[in-house]
Design a binder for this molecule. Structure first.
Ligand SMILES: [Cu+2]
Length: 94
């Protein structure tokens, strides 16, 4: 996935429950960080700020299917558009 001003782009917007790993590159010209929260606002994990061009990896354990929000927590960035919706689905029976 990638971040830039003022966008968060997920390569996959739907993943199964379990450990969700987000590999991110900052394609922008400013620093950006990355967090995942529930719709209720509980933060499940956070990656510190990445400088332009840097990459990072954030793994969060998601136990319940539903919608989650992937966003940049730097002041004002989410309001400018740096958020994306992540749908977490049940695992299909094998
Ligand atoms: Cu940002």
């Amino acid at each position: 996935m990638g971040e830039r001003e003022w966008r968060v782009s997920l390569y996959r917007s739907s993943v199964p429950v379990g450990v969700v790993r987000l590999n991110v590159r900052n394609f922008g010209e400013d620093g950006h960080d990355l967090s995942v929260r529930t719709r209720g606002g509980r933060v499940l994990g956070a990656l510190p700020e990445l400088r332009p061009g840097e990459t990072g990896s954030l793994a969060v354990r998601v136990r319940k299917p539903g919608r989650y929000v992937v966003f940049c927590s730097l002041e004002g960035h989410e309001a400018k558009g740096m958020r994306a919706r992540l749908s977490v689905r049940r695992r299909r029976p094998q």
